[in-house]
Design a binder for this molecule. Structure first.
Ligand SMILES: [Fe+2]
Length: 162
């Protein structure tokens, strides 16, 4: 189960996590766990109902899977790309099927919400929202990702100043 830390409080209940993230404009859902040990294609077909619904509701056009493990070539370089504050011009949509990872996401008042994603957790970080990501000591995460536009998936480190 996910964990959320914000303003000195730690939330572990599904409803309080959903409500606290929703107040910051971040979507959180729990999906039933299915076939985490399966190959990517199999996992995607097992989650097709939830994935199709989200695509329809939010206009995503592409889906894939990504995995980071201690054996992943260039893991340190990949991690260094995302563990500094950045944003994307597309939503960052992650459903964790295996492992865990930490997202620190800027809230409306500038404070950061620290969300630990675990298997069964879907999170949607809105486009342009500043955030960073890092693995836990297990150094393993495997996620389904959805995209509005494949070209939008680049980490942008410069803050946009209005
Ligand atoms: Fe990101």
């Amino acid at each position: 189960m996910a964990k959320l830390e914000f303003r000195g409080k730690t939330y572990t209940g599904e409803d309080e996590i959903r409500a606290t993230l929703a107040a910051a404009g971040i979507l959180f859902e729990r999906w039933p766990l299915r076939g985490a040990a399966s190959a990517d294609e199999q996992v995607l077909s097992l989650y097709k109902p939830e994935v199709d619904r989200l695509m329809q509701e939010r206009g995503y056009v592409a889906v894939d899977m990504v995995a980071l493990r201690p054996s992943t070539p260039g893991l340190a370089e990949i991690s260094a790309r995302y563990d500094k504050e950045h944003h994307h011009v597309d939503d960052e949509v992650r459903f964790t099927v295996e492992g865990e990872g930490v997202f620190e996401i800027e809230g409306p008042d500038g404070g950061f919400l620290k969300f630990t994603a675990t298997p069964g957790d879907l999170i949607v970080i809105p486009a342009y929202r500043r955030h960073l990501f890092y693995l836990t000591s297990a150094s393993t995460i495997r996620c389904i990702r959805l995209f509005q536009d494949r070209g939008g998936w680049e980490a942008l480190y410069e803050k946009i100043v209005n």
